[in-house]
Design a binder for this molecule. Structure first.
Ligand code: GDP
Length: 498
């Protein structure tokens, strides 16, 4: 190990274009002001309105956050609404986010909640013990984002699910809106926006319903999805969102870099991989292979798919089959391939290929896989730390290959600010062939994009989009409403910003 010998332009701006405020203690969270040292400067700049919105949010969080007098008053209004002493000048409203499932899902949920809190002027709080608080540092100076453990509604969290009778969606569905919300706004409401959200739950993405929610001081939201494309559909938010995000597909990239700072334990894992294995790289290619049980097909099929993709799209160099050594190669280039997967098989095969043979252009390819955990084990702290470290390592890549449908990959691509090459789910092969045939029949241009294609944007996909219009609950295609809210390449029914 000879220090940082690669020729990356380093980013010396530890405040990343003004996204991060100064003033945090550096030692307790080294990644916050150090990640920039390992990342090329992003070509995507946050807008000035976004920077000032974040500064105003920080002021709000510090005024209303846990331990503030406003917070204590808001708690009183929650337990005994009639005794409410909160004055209108307080005006502190809250969004408690409950996340679920794997780490990628939880990170998308958390970022969505922050995005919503920002645009709806609410203070975001996360439930403790949900695996995220162990992985990320506090993002807001001088005030915590952790919901205090004695929060009075905590005992109810276990009963919050799609069928919870008092959920926002069920209140709307049962026609209790006027009685329950309009006449006297309740102190809190539960919003169910996970994968099994119903049509009424998804009225959350509508203007009229947002107008009602404004009156409710506490919202408890559960999700495992990326809600941002849906929130863009709310027309009353649109003018401000256009100012905050003039380039639409940068939402995750900016807010992710603002909000997420791995704790020192995770940062150690990241550095102990980066320094020995990646610092020599001229180019870093990140490959994320997600194994979704038997749906993913055999390892051999997935391996073939990966090899065809990386060769066809020229992401990895070709091998010289005959010569054992490249005599007069002038290339000193080192390409480092980072593989993340639950199985070690893919990186083993790649490693062997590039050790057994030289490449045609003499470029040297080094393959590295930090872990191969075998199975998802989200109850283990170390397992989750490794998963997060690998998402961050992937996000340092110049080129990314990810797996369709995987929120793990979405997080990496969003943080990286890179449009990944996405590997089709193997089961989509028949469907894909049929589509090509139909395009051919209708003399549409055929695109030879099996087994992977480049994403249209670096944004994650909302897998459970609203499918009804806001007034009559009739089916409508939400992917036809705004030019920049489009269908996802890997989930044709889903929505993403692009
Ligand atoms: P998704 O299921 O692909 O959408 O991604 P999630 O992150 O929500 O859930 C998958 C979980 O499985 C991860 O959070 C990890 O716990 C584990 N996992 C899957 N792939 C990998 C991998 O490549 N590396 C590591 N360390 N863990 C993985």
């Amino acid at each position: 190990y000879h220090g940082f010998t690669n020729n990356y332009p380093r980013n010396n701006d530890k405040f990343i274009d003004g996204l991060l405020p100064p003033g945090f203690d550096q030692k307790s969270c080294l990644s916050r002001y150090q990640l920039n040292l390992y990342k090329k400067p992003s070509p995507h700049y946050p807008s000035f309105p976004l920077l000032s919105k974040l500064r105003r949010y920080e002021a709000l969080h510090s005024r209303c956050g846990p331990n503030s007098p406003s917070f204590r008053r808001a708690l009183v209004s929650l337990t005994s609404p009639t005794n409410s002493t909160s004055s209108s000048e307080d005006d502190c409203k809250y969004l408690v986010i409950l996340t679920r499932d794997g780490l990628g899902n939880r990170i998308l949920a958390l970022l969505s909640a922050f995005f919503y809190a920002l645009i709806a002027n609410r203070v975001i709080l996360i439930d403790q013990g949900n695996i995220l608080d162990d992985l990320f540092c506090e993002p807001f100076l001088g005030s915590s984002w952790l919901l205090p453990s004695d929060f009075p509604l905590r005992h109810k969290f276990g009963s919050f699910r799609q069928s919870f009778p008092g959920s926002f969606g069920n209140i709307l569905k049962n026609g209790m809106l006027k009685k329950t919300i309009e006449d006297s706004p309740p102190p809190y409401l539960y919003l169910h926006l996970s994968h099994d959200a119903g049509d009424y739950d998804k009225l959350f993405y509508c203007d009229r319903q947002q107008n009602l929610l404004k009156k409710v001081p506490w919202l408890i939201m559960e999700t495992n999805n990326y809600l941002v494309p849906g929130i863009f559909l709310v027309s009353s938010f649109r003018e401000e969102l256009n100012k905050l995000f003039p380039v639409k597909d940068t939402v995750f990239h900016h807010l992710g870099r603002y909000l997420f700072h791995p704790t020192n334990d995770v940062w150690g894992l990241i550095l102990r991989s980066y320094k020995p294995y990646f610092s020599r790289a001229n180019e870093m290619v990140g490959i994320q292979i997600r194994i979704f049980g038997s749906e993913s097909g055999s390892i051999q099929d997935q391996m073939n798919q990966l090899l065809v993709c990386t060769q066809k799209k020229k992401l990895l160099p070709e091998l010289e089959p005959s010569s054992p050594v490249k005599m007069n190669s002038t290339s000193h280039k080192v390409k480092v391939v980072l593989v993340t997967s639950l199985s070690a098989q893919y990186s083993e095969t790649l490693k062997e290929m590039y050790w057994d043979h030289p490449t045609v252009d003499g470029e040297v390819v080094a393959v590295y896989q930090p872990s191969h955990e075998g199975i998802q084990n989200s109850d283990s702290r170390m397992h989750n730390r490794k998963a997060l470290a690998e998402m961050y390592l992937l996000s340092l890549s110049d080129v990314l290959v990810t797996s369709d449908w995987s929120t793990f990959g979405y997080v990496a691509q969003g943080l990286a600010g890179v449009k990944p090459w996405m590997l089709y789910k193997p089961e989509d092969k028949v469907f894909w062939a049929l589509q090509q045939w139909l395009k051919y029949r209708t003399r549409n241009e055929t695109t030879n994009d099996w087994p992977c294609r480049q994403a249209v944007s670096m944004e994650p996909c909302l897998h459970v989009p609203p499918v009804c219009d806001c007034d009559e609950m009739k089916r409508r295609d939400a992917g036809n409403v705004l030019p920049y809210v489009i269908h996802c390449e890997d989930a044709s029914w889903g929505l993403k910003l692009g």
